[in-house]
Ligand binder design. Structure first.
Ligand SMILES: Cc1ncc(COP(=O)(O)O)c(C=O)c1O
Length: 276
């Protein structure tokens, strides 16, 4: 099988030949950050924004990046070119780099860019909507896309046991924040609500807010779990899932168990925007 070509610390190498030193702080301490995006028509979608978020994540965990935005952009484009994929998922990862004592950064982080084919979710998720569960978890440094997805992995396993597709984090105040890898939105009539604090600023979320602003009243505020029964529609967003309608949260059924009209409008707008 042909191995994908990835970028690692200055070289474009076959995926099975890429090696990190075992004392890299990403491996032994989970110290690192990443970003994730996809292409539409072969072009990385919102690459500049994803690189900006990567840089912000690095800042938030105290990791200084020796590469400029333009350098990261070029490396990403080159990795893409090496792989000849119709559409690609792109993962840009920065780890703390090798450390002599396994805890002190030496100021030489590792950079890798991994490109894989886009895999689509089942069409029925979009046509019929999905079930999600909630879990009482708050992410550490939520505005950073750090390498720590321990809670996410556990919560997703839990979701799968009840045929749910995503798990939403609920904080100690009882507010629904976001999913393990998605942002969360609800409609109350024509009011579109989404949390602003305690979440990762999704790039898809930003696009949705921009597309929605002339059609709906946007309210960026916390969403109480106890108020979910007053919602007419709900959906989650991410670079891979785009807009996925939610028709069940735990035992609560939303919008008569089928995707709502306003959500459908946003799904159409998003498809037109991303693919144009
Ligand atoms: C915790 C979390 N929230 C939200 C998102 C959605 O972000 P984006 O729309 O940029 O993919 C992600 C993406 O993986 C995520 O990990």
């Amino acid at each position: 099988m042909t191995q994908p070509i990835c970028y690692l610390n200055g070289k474009y190498v076959s995926f099975d030949q890429a090696c990190l030193p075992l004392n890299d702080l990403g491996i032994v301490r989970g110290y690192g950050i990443f970003d994730f995006l996809r292409t539409y028509n072969g072009v990385p979608f919102k690459l500049t924004e994803h690189i900006q978020r990567l840089q912000n994540s690095a800042k938030l965990i105290g990791l200084s990046l020796p590469w400029s935005s333009a350098e990261i952009e070029e490396i990403t484009q080159n990795t893409l070119t090496h792989n000849h994929l119709a559409e690609a998922n792109i993962r840009i990862v920065v780890t703390g780099g090798a450390s002599a004592d396994f805890i002190t950064p030496l100021g030489q982080p590792s950079l890798m860019v991994i490109v894989t084919p886009v895999s689509e979710y089942p069409q029925e998720y979009y046509e019929q909507g999905i079930k999600v569960i909630t879990v009482p978890i708050e992410r550490f440094i939520p505005k950073a896309k750090s390498l720590n997805y321990i809670s996410a992995i556990g919560a997703l396993q839990q979701a799968k046991q009840t045929n749910a597709v995503e798990a939403l984090y609920v904080n100690s105040q009882g507010d629904v924040l976001e999913g393990t890898t998605t942002n969360f939105f609800v409609f109350r009539g024509s009011q579109l609500l989404t949390p602003k604090e305690g979440i990762l600023n999704g790039i898809t979320r930003d696009v949705i807010l921009e597309l929605a602003k002339d059609r709906f009243e946007i309210v960026e505020q916390s969403i109480a779990y106890s108020q979910l029964n007053h919602c007419d529609e709900a959906f989650i967003t991410s670079s891979t899932k785009e807009i996925m309608p939610v028709v069940q949260i735990d035992e609560l059924h939303i919008s008569q168990g089928k995707p709502g009209e306003n959500t459908q409008t946003l799904m159409d707008l998003f498809q037109n925007y991303a693919k144009s």
